[in-house]
Design a protein around this ligand. Structure first.
Ligand code: ZN
Length: 418
């Protein structure tokens, strides 16, 4: 690529681009990436998807599972930019990365090179398109399999009261169980659990059959779109944890006792009928605990959005965390902008039109500032839809389920008020 740039000033200019911070280049190229250790993943600015594009800040490499032009390498940040912004010429990419115009004496890309490069880009686009179609087909097949599995599990499910599932909620999580909140909270006595059999293997295996609490996830009109199933210890009223992971902190365990089947996006776990006043949090146990602590009014209805992302919906762009920094780059960690993405795919849980008054219940047990920015996103989205909205965060470092168990143990938590 550099053969036709003999000018030393040009070579230095290219070297500056090559030395640019890989994460900066990815962001410049339009990538919005989620951090997970040194690995940053997200949609590819060029081929889309959800997590196919990745940048490793330690190895200084990048990859796109959407299909990379065979002439581009995962080691060059210039190639990264060229992939994410294709079709773009090498020199234009260098200019964009360095923010400096081409030094004098450089010759433009000859027409035949440009033609060849554009032909390659077109071929690659066709290949990506075929791959996307294949992925869509695989996704549809998975959707049908999930539907069948969900139907099978729900056919075997029974109301939770009087079961080992009720013992978990009552004895384990200290919830008063009221039938009117629990119509969509069910129990299955024998649910297969698939997970990782040890600390290293890449493949999941059936680790056993367990009693499970199954919560139904419904879309805005009430259709079942998914389930959230939590496997329980067969004897004790607690979640099942593989014995070989019991000594590990939660974040290091590979097997989460709670798994979602089917979809959650746009849906909610309904804790009874949804009325004009609604309190909605992440997990249903937290929402029930919040209510049991005396929050909400007599006519406040309850629901759970399953996770924070489905409570907030998507946001547009990020801002910098005021204190946290990426240990490798020293750059502030990105956190949600708080600006809701109002595009067709941007929504989280969709509320019925008759919901006029919303209390968002926030967990205080994850990183405070990022969680708040996500909550602000959802707050603004629902406020802009014409509803009255407020946010009730659990006092750090707890969620309301923790607060309830502490409260019942006589250990009142400071800072707890509506
Ligand atoms: Zn790509």
């Amino acid at each position: 690529m550099n053969a036709h740039t003999p000018n030393p000033r040009v070579q230095e200019w290219i070297d500056r681009a090559k030395d640019a911070n890989i994460l900066d280049v990815a962001e410049k190229a339009g990538a919005i990436l989620k951090r997970s250790g040194p690995e940053n993943t997200g949609p590819c600015p060029s081929c889309g998807g959800t997590d196919r594009f990745s940048v490793n800040t330690v190895k200084r490499t990048w990859n796109c599972r959407g299909g990379m032009d065979e002439k581009l390498s995962g080691k060059s940040v210039i190639d990264l930019y060229m992939h994410a912004q294709q079709p773009i010429s090498f020199l234009d990419a260098v200019e964009a990365i360095t923010g400096e115009a081409k030094p004098d004496g450089i010759r433009e890309e000859p027409p035949e090179e440009r033609q060849e490069r554009e032909a390659r880009a077109a071929k690659q686009r066709a290949k990506n398109e075929a791959k996307r179609e294949q992925e869509a087909k695989a996704e549809e097949a998975k959707h049908l399999r999930d539907e069948a599995t969900i139907a099978d599990i729900l056919a075997r499910a029974v109301p939770i009261l009087g079961t080992h599932g009720a013992a978990y909620l009552h004895d384990g999580r200290k919830l008063e169980l009221r039938k009117k909140f629990l119509r969509d909270i069910l129990f299955v006595k024998d649910l297969d659990y698939w997970g990782f059999p040890d600390a290293t293997s890449a493949d999941k295996r059936r680790l056993g059959t367990f009693p499970a609490v199954v919560a139904v996830i419904r879309d805005v009109v009430g259709n079942v779109i998914g389930i959230s199933a939590t496997v329980l210890d067969p004897v004790e009223p607690k979640k099942w944890v593989p014995p070989w992971e019991a000594h590990l902190p939660k974040k290091e365990r590979r097997n989460d006792p709670t798994k979602i089947r089917g979809d959650k996006k746009g849906g909610m776990i309904r804790l009874g009928e949804i009325g004009p006043k609604l309190a909605v949090g992440e997990g249903f146990i937290n929402v029930l605990a919040w209510h049991q602590l005396g929050f909400g009014e007599d006519d406040t209805s309850l629901a759970a959005a399953v996770d924070l992302y489905n409570l907030s919906g998507k946001w547009v762009g990020t801002q910098e965390h005021p204190t946290r920094k990426n240990p490798e780059t020293g750059k502030p960690t990105p956190i949600p902008s708080g600006i809701p993405d109002t595009g067709p795919d941007g929504h989280g849980a969709i509320l019925p039109a008759w919901v006029k008054d919303v209390t968002m219940i926030g967990d205080g047990d994850s990183e405070r500032i990022a969680t708040r920015r996500a909550m602000v996103t959802g707050y603004r989205r629902w406020r802009d839809e014409g509803r009255a909205v407020r946010v009730h965060m659990a006092p750090e470092p707890f969620d309301f389920a923790d607060v309830l168990t502490r409260h019942l143990a006589g250990d009142d938590v400071q800072g707890l008020r509506a």
